[in-house]
Write a protein that binds this ligand. Sequence first.
Ligand code: ADP
Ligand code: MG
Length: 443
Amino acid sequence: MTAIIKLDHVEQWYDRGKESEVHALKDVTLEIEQGDYVAFFGPSGCGKTTLLYATSGIDRVTSGSVVIKGVDIAKFSNQELAIYRQTGIGIVFQQFNLVPSLTVLENVALPMAFVGVGQAKALEEAAKLTKRLGIEQYNNRYPSALSGGQQQRVGIARALANNPPIIIADEPLGNLDSVNAQNALKIFKELNEQDGRTIIMVTHEAWSLRDAKTIFHMKDGVILSVERRTPDPNALATKLGETSAAADAEKLKEQLAREARSKEAVDMMARILSNFFMRGHSIDEMQRFETLLKQRFAAAVDSAAFQSQLASSFEEGGVGMWKRKAERIAAYIEDMIAKQKDLDAVITLLNEKPELSIQDEVWHLRSWITQEYIGHLSPYKADVIDSLISDRIHRFIDAKQFLKVLHMPVKEFGAGIPLPSAERMSERLEIIIDGAQEYTPKG
Ligand code: ADP
Ligand code: MG
């Protein structure tokens, strides 16, 4: 497992030197791993919100270091931080913070519009999110016409808008009745286990720690203790996590061997493969892929139909994979079927070929399209390019929008690439996406 966030001897002061000064965080050192579900727990005023905002790079700290995905955020400009906030994290607020003059759908679409996704596409994606959260019937209502529970769902849908890997939530249950609070907890659990998102939640109520895997107990600006709970061995996220942890692979294999070839095993295999191959795709596309896989495993569709469905758009009943990837994945699945591989063998193979996942695809694509670029690519420009590539692969944006944001200045949340280079990059990407040229990722 990799730590995506590291805090080292962090101190946070408010109003330092004044009479009103507060020493809100005292020598805080912690690590948060990718895919974890973390809670900051402690009484009111102990520094939970301060820690949340320091951890997620929203606020700068007085001293000590905050390292996110290997980069010390002290080195970021304010603009780079802003881009990170837009695409790297989704924030769920206690007060919901919806824009009262915008409809539900527009509220959810807003963060996408902000990073350059065209309005039509943003609204379309927003509609998928409200559907996922079960609030699509309120798409055209204004927030004031919704109950607290419904508003909170809108808030969660909005937090998911740019498909951020990290979701942070500050007392997200505080304004909800118990039924709605339980529902919200269920959603967070699902976002963690099904999507593999990292969840960081602040709370002062013990009951809401139900699903947290790592709990930082706080008091007076200090982390008193860290409680790491034994994960539920049946949770999908646990199994996926273990696919990359060689040490635990043996244990998992034993367990999986017992389950092999049962119907549950086939379903589980479809889920694991879907989570693995479809990382970065929308939840709808993941579920569609899972369904297609199950059909293929049951021989309800033939190999040619399966491959063409992978490459066709969601509207056409497919999963919107780019063509080369659909070919490779279809070939891989056919091989699996031909050799009658069981879950055990699949896990082993995924262990051996981690480069099959979407994130790696994006990185390889980025290195391919920037090969001839001689300018400096800051980590943030690289991140912007990655999310653009991902959006382009998913057809959230077209080639023109891709080029536009690539060229847009960093202060407008673009990648700031000079036009001739940006055009060259866009051309290279389009060639690959259309499958007109051989492209084999390294690895
Ligand atoms: P919690 O979220 O655990 O209730 P906070 O992180 O909000 O705690 O606050 C920790 C301490 O820092 C409190 O004493 C609070 O009054 C103080 N504090 C928080 N934000 C500010 C601020 N912007 N200016 C001054 N003091 C602040
Ligand atoms: Mg607070």
